[in-house]
Design a protein around this ligand. Structure first.
Ligand code: 5GP
Ligand code: ZN
Length: 135
């Protein structure tokens, strides 16, 4: 993807605050962090989102996210960590090159949460059938 700036950052063509790099991924500090130590795990090959990424690269990126979570936890003394991965605009994706957020959290930082809904038993069965249809 010639035009993708995350491709350029992942491959070292644009300077970044890199905290980890290997043959497949680069991990950088997010420029607009939720808290200090907020990292992005960025594969070096382009895929827009979870629907398109090669499972092998996804596994490698997630294994690195685990390594970084442990390191960030130790380094920052945070109280918790969110692993976040957004797909499509409706879900909050703003950069259309797959990446995994590693977000340190402090107790009561109220950085973000999500609202839940109630569903009836019938609605659960209905949505389960829709998702598993054709398996
Ligand atoms: P998304 O909303 O797509 O899941 O996440 C995109 C993330 O990339 C955001 O958290 C945003 O702050 C970060 N970001 C966008 N542009 C840059 C940049 O040029 N450098 C760095 N380090 N992070 C960026
Ligand atoms: Zn890209």
């Amino acid at each position: 993807m010639g035009n993708c700036f995350f491709c350029k950052m992942a491959n070292g063509e644009i300077p970044t605050n890199t905290v980890y790099e290997d043959d497949d991924v680069r991990v950088i500090l997010d420029i607009n962090p939720v808290n200090p130590g907020h990292c992005l795990v960025i594969p070096k090959t382009h895929a827009a989102n979870i629907y398109e990424i090669e499972p092998e690269i996804l596994s490698k990126a997630m294994a690195v996210a685990q390594k970084i979570a442990v390191k960030v936890k130790k380094a920052t003394g945070c109280d918790g960590i969110n692993i976040l991965q957004n797909n499509e605009e409706a879900a909050g994706q703003t950069v259309f090159h797959f990446h995994i957020h590693v977000i340190p959290r402090k107790k009561d930082d109220k950085a973000f949460t999500y609202k839940t809904i109630s569903m009836t038993d019938e609605e659960f069965i209905n949505i389960k059938n829709i998702i598993t249809e054709g398996d």
